[in-house]
Every structure is written in structure tokens, then in C-alpha cells.
Design a protein around this ligand. Structure first.
Ligand code: MLT
Length: 392
């Protein structure tokens, strides 16, 4: 028996588990200190009333013989898939409900989608970016190349015609930098993918945080993207589902590689390895897209964006270089005094009891940078900023 040796090539812990471990160790040593967490992007506002009501109704249905449901469709209930098509039609994207797959969140599908691709594909991953893309490909033993995100290119790397990539990850708004690709930039990625027969894995988990209406919120707003892209989205940040778990993945019928429909392969994979998201959760997800639901989540997003403003306002006051927070819930800053990302993490934890996420955890280009999340409770964000001011 042999284990998958590629797991040994991974860092010991997943980034956010390592942060939690360090914070817990600090708290154990300093039980009287009040730590404020602006690290992992976990929401703090509860589910909105429209969602709660829909889920309560669904629980009652599951308790009645006449409305009880056992296994659902692995691809997700039609009512939710159609609701998502409607949501996309408002973005001027036309989808069929058989192109929508309901998931338990973007993270799982972003990892699982690799099942349908050959191991010999070369993967292109922006750096810095959400660590799941790298880790899942390291686990599989796939060749990874990087697209450098730097201050100079506003952390929005563009395709290089001299590089041959088969699978391309894009995350817009970017986690961790908050950079958002504009239409022309996405057009250049789509054109590269079509020319090189590559597939773009487009992570749009933070699309609802985009405030600038000129920016694309879906890759399918770009002509030709349905022939080269799979899109992953999540209700985690959009509607406070981090603990409730629901997302969706779009695999267009027009996406064909090796004369094979990727939609068909993904359906085959899901029907074999996944039993779907609970009915109760899917009813809650459906309510997110109702008129009341959309209005209520808009208010929650505005709350987080106000937090982002408070954070970037403070950093500006302290002359700390930063970006993000305008179309995303993350603020990406340069560690003061040339500290490394982990040194700044320790410094903030020790001296201000404020937790952020070290930029180097998102890739080597993230070294010397640091991410603060705007998902905290307002009073904690205000207090954390007060503590930062006192550090000066
Ligand atoms: C983050 O903080 O980057 C996210 O919460 C991680 C995730 O969505 O899995």
C-alpha cells in the first residue's frame, strides 16, 4: 500500500487552519486578552429573514408525510437551478438550468472539478490567490505555473502568449487582493483560452461585492466564454452561508474538449460522488434570490463594505499602502517597516491582539503583504482600527 505522496509536498497545514492554531496558542497563553479576528473571511451577520423563513417552511415540509423528500437530484433541485438562471439573465447571461449544478460551496467544487481533467494538464494559477487552487493541484501532482500578480500590474496578471497552459484559474474579485478584472482584461483571458484550447476555472465567489457597475460579475458576460470557462459561485459571503453551505457551478453545454461535453463529464462525476445539497438549504438558497432576499442581502453587503471603508480609511491615515475594499470585502496592505507577512501577523497579534491573514499564505508574491477581512462585527472593526492607531 502506498499513500498519495503528493500530500507530503503540501505545507503542514492549510493556511486558515494554521492561523487558527496560532491564535488559539496565543489565547491559551494570554487568556485575559481580547483577540479581534479579521483573518478568515467568515461572515458575522446572521442569515437574512427571507432565508430563515424559507428554511423553516422547508423543515416543516420535511416533517410531513405528504411533502417529505428523500434523495434529491444530485445536480440540485430544478426550482433552484431555474432561479439561478433568472439571476444570470439579469446579468444578461443566458443559461439553461441543465448547465447549473448546485454545490455545498465553491471550495468543494473548485477542488472536485479536477476529477474531469487529465493529470498531464499544465495549470496556470495567479499568485497571490486563494490557496485552494494550488493545494488541490499539488495533491493531484499536476504541473503548476504561476501568473505573477504585482503592485505594477494591480495584482491583475494577464495572459502571456509564450506560455502554454491548459487549466487557468481566475478569481475576480480576487481573494486576497480585491483586484477585479475589467471587461477588456477578461476578454484577453477568454481569447487566450480559446486559442490554446484551455479551460478557465472562474471563481466569482465575491461577485456581489462589486460596486462599480462597469465591471463584469460573471465570465459569461464576455463573448465566447461559454466555450472555454466554468464558473464557481457561492452563497457563503453573498448571503451568510458559510455555516449553511450552498453554492453553484456553471458548466456550459458549449464547453467541449476532446469532442466531449464537460457538462456531461461533470454530471457523471456528481451523480457518482455527490448526493446533493439538503432540500432545506436549497429552499433557503432559493429565497436569497427573491425580491426580499436580494434586498436584505444587499443591506448586509453594504454593512461589510462600510467596514471595508473604515479599515482603508484608517490605513490611509496611518500611511500604510493598501488596495482592495472597494469592490471586495478584503483589504490588502503592505506590511509596515518591511516586515515579512508572518512577522507582521505575530506583531499585530502580540501588540494589538488583531488577527489578519499573512499575504505569503496566498503565494510567494504575497510575501510582505497582509490581508484584513471586512466581515467582522462593526464594533470589533472600530476597536481593531483604534488599536492599530495606537501602535503608531
Ligand atoms: C478566506 O478567508 O479566504 C475564505 O473565507 C476562505 C474560504 O472561502 O474558503
Amino acid at each position: 500500500m502506498n499513500i498519495n505522496q503528493h500530500y507530503l509536498e503540501l505545507q503542514d497545514s492549510y493556511l486558515f487552519s494554521l492561523v487558527t492554531k496560532k491564535v488559539n496558542a496565543y489565547k491559551e497563553k494570554n487568556p485575559s486578552k481580547e483577540v479581534i479576528r479579521l483573518g478568515i473571511g467568515d461572515v458575522t451577520l446572521p442569515l437574512v429573514p427571507a432565508v430563515v423563513e424559507a428554511m423553516q417552511k422547508a423543515v416543516a415540509e420535511q416533517g410531513e408525510k405528504s411533502t417529505f423528500k428523500g434523495y434529491g437530484e444530485e445536480q440540485g433541485y430544478e426550482f433552484l437551478r431555474q432561479t439561478i438562471c433568472q439571476y444570470y439573465s439579469e446579468k444578461k447571461v443566458s443559461l439553461s438550468d441543465t448547465e447549473v449544478f448546485i454545490s455545498d460551496g465553491a471550495k468543494s467544487d473548485i477542488g472536485n472539478i479536477l476529477d474531469i481533467f487529465d493529470i498531464d494538464n499544465t495549470v496556470l494559477i495567479p499568485d497571490p490567490v486563494y490557496p485552494v487552487y494550488v493545494d488541490t493541484n499539488v495533491m493531484a501532482g499536476r504541473k503548476i505555473i504561476y501568473a505573477n500578480g504585482t503592485v505594477e500590474n494591480n495584482f491583475s496578471p494577464l495572459p502571456d502568449e509564450n506560455i502554454k497552459a491548459d487549466i487557468i484559474y481566475l478569481c475576480s474579485p480576487n481573494n486576497p487582493t480585491g483586484a477585479v478584472y475589467n471587461k477588456e482584461q477578461l476578454e484577453s483571458w477568454v481569447s487566450y483560452a480559446l486559442k490554446h484550447d484551455a479551460v478557465i476555472l472562474f471563481d466569482s465567489a465575491y461577485e456581489t461585492f462589486i460596486q462599480d457597475e462597469s465591471l463584469p460579475t460573471s465570465i459569461y458576460q464576455i463573448e465566447g466564454a461559454e466555450k472555454c470557462a466554468i464558473e464557481f459561485c457561492s452563497l457563503s459571503k453573498t448571503a451568510g452561508f458559510t455555516g449553511t453551505r450552498c453554492g453553484y457551478t456553471i458548466v456550459p453545454h458549449a464547453l467541449i474538449r476532446n469532442n466531449t461535453s464537460l457538462n456531461k463529464l461533470w454530471l457523471r462525476r456528481q451523480t457518482t460522488k455527490f448526493n446533493g445539497v439538503p432540500y432545506i438549504v436549497q429552499k433557503g438558497a432559493e429565497a436569497v434570490f427573491s425580491n426580499d432576499g436580494l434586498q436584505q442581502i444587499k443591506e448586509n453587503i453594504a454593512y461589510y463594505m462600510e467596514n471595508a471603508k473604515l479599515i482603508s480609511g484608517t490605513l490611509k491615515e496611518l500611511n500604510i499602502w493598501h488596495v482592495g475594499g472597494e469592490n471586495s470585502p478584503y483589504i490588502w496592505l503592505k506590511c509596515p517597516n518591511d516586515m515579512t507577512s508572518w512577522d507582521y501577523f505575530d506583531y499585530l497579534l502580540e501588540n494589538a491582539q488583531v488577527v489578519g491573514t499573512p499575504g505569503s499564505g496566498f503565494g510567494s508574491n504575497g510575501e510582505g503583504f497582509f490581508r484584513l477581512s471586512a466581515f467582522g462585527e462593526r464594533k470589533n472593526v472600530i476597536e481593531a482600527m483604534e488599536r492599530l492607531r495606537k501602535l503608531k
